[in-house]
Design a protein around this ligand. Structure first.
Ligand code: NIG
Ligand code: FE
Length: 430
């Protein structure tokens, strides 16, 4: 018997999960139309055995019918009480770390001013940049923490956080420091994936010479960000009229490659600058927004491993059209769904509502939308920590339990919930 003073209490190594009303595995096909829960992977009467990994986290060791003789022995059991068990939701596109708010601009837009007009007048992203530059790391952490908490309550277990409201070396690094502090604070509840986005807008001091800013991003800002955050996972760039062109994006992508970081790109939000063709050719992890995406670009995405990320709440918030998510799925593209949580174009933390609007607005099926916030969202983040956005034997077990007795109610109860149950968290399975 090892001395408990040296080893601490023996951890529960194996836990059996019983009593789930439904288990949605999301381990069906990654591409193509889905019309039933069975296609996505929906089991009734199933039990799971998960194993605690020595280096942290849990692994799904066994999944099968209740009462099976093959079920491995477990040293604890959790009864899910008829609730719905599904893979932890992944919000693969957020700008959740920022200071200030833009409600005044929201009202201006409702009165007819466009997002572009507000940006040209020095508002928009640059407004938030001013507030964020003036904030300390603790202030940024306190501003973002309630947003992340809300995300966790919607069932999100992995969230991507972009920088991009600093736009100078010190401020971009400061946002990464805030993300690192939040990563620590939410450890066990949320995994935070950080993305460097100093190419979110041209800062006012470089207005007359944007190429000089791109050079600064490549020569100094990105290398410093890489050094500041060992967990930095991606570089993102806003390819858009009035922001960055494809050539500038290419220059940034070359630097990202030198730093060993995959690229993401905001493309076709207001104007089609050829961003999809460039990103697909570059082997980008994902392209986001896609409101103005052409049929040709849809085909290019269908024949690529680049994930198309739909952000339907941005369309609602900006009163813009939806991205062609239906066409993308039908053509065979990988399609994810995320919130875009940010103060200017989607002031929301609600990934469930984003899935609902992907269905009601952009015409995905519920199964396609849920795949978009689990399996395909994990692909857009290149499977962080080995989590593949699905429940499959031999893979990391990252799960959400929802207080729902039927799967369809996840989409039927518009804007309501359900809220994630704490049953796993309270049992120490996080
Ligand atoms: O994803 N499009 C660029 N960035 C954000 C908006 C940022 C802002 O308005 O603050 C987006 O929509
Ligand atoms: Fe965005």
């Amino acid at each position: 018997m090892p001395d408990p003073r040296l080893t601490g209490p023996l951890p529960r190594r194996r836990v059996r999960l019983k009593g789930a009303g439904h288990v949605l595995t999301c381990s069906g096909p990654e591409r193509g139309a889905l019309t039933s829960w069975e296609q996505l992977g929906c089991l009734t009467g199933a039990e799971l055995v998960i194993r605690h990994e020595l280096r942290g986290g849990w692994l799904l060791e066994w999944l099968g019918p209740a009462g099976s003789l093959e079920q491995p022995h477990a040293d604890a059991t959790i009864d899910l009480g008829g609730r719905l068990l599904l893979p932890g939701l992944v919000d693969c596109h957020t700008h959740a770390v920022f200071a200030g708010d833009r409600s005044a601009e929201f009202v201006q837009r409702l009165n007819g001013k466009s997002y572009a007009e507000i940006a040209e007048g020095g508002g928009g992203i640059l407004h938030t940049v001013g507030k964020t530059r003036a904030a300390s790391v603790p202030e940024l952490v306190e501003a973002a923490a309630p947003r992340l908490l809300q995300m966790a309550e919607w069932g999100v277990r992995v969230v991507e956080c972009k920088t991009g409201y600093g736009l100078d070396l010190a401020s971009e690094v400061k946002i990464l420091q805030a993300i690192a502090a939040l990563r620590e604070r939410f450890s066990g509840t949320l995994r935070l994936v950080s993305t460097a986005m100093p190419a979110h807008a041209v800062p006012p001091e470089f207005k007359a010479n944007p190429d000089r800013y791109v050079a600064l991003v490549c020569e100094q800002i990105l290398p410093a960000m890489r050094a500041a955050d060992p967990e930095l996972a991606f570089v993102d760039v806003f390819v858009e009229k009035g922001y960055f062109g494809v050539q500038q994006a290419e220059r940034i992508a070359e630097t990202a490659e030198e730093l060993g970081l995959p690229v993401k790109a905001h493309v076709d939000e207001f104007a089609d600058l050829g961003g999809v063709a460039w990103a697909v050719e570059r082997g980008a992890a994902s392209v986001e927004h896609l409101l103005q995406t052409s049929d040709k670009s849809v085909q290019m995405l269908a024949n690529s491993g680049t994930v198309a990320v739909g952000l339907p709440l941005t369309s609602v918030f900006l009163r813009e059209p939806y991205a062609p998510l239906r066409q993308l799925v039908d053509a065979g593209a990988l399609v994810a769904v995320a919130t875009d949580c940010n103060p200017g174009s989607a002031m929301t933390t609600n990934l469930v509502l984003a899935m609902q609007m992907a269905v009601l607005g952009a015409k995905l099926s519920p199964q396609e939308a849920l795949r978009g916030a689990t399996r395909c969202a994990a692909l857009a983040l290149r499977e962080p920590g080995g989590y593949r956005g699905r429940l499959a034997v031999g893979e990391p077990f990252v799960a959400t339990v929802l207080d729902l007795d039927g799967v369809d109610r996840l989409f039927y109860e518009l804007g309501q919930g359900p809220r994630a149950s704490r049953v796993l968290v309270d049992a120490g399975v996080t």
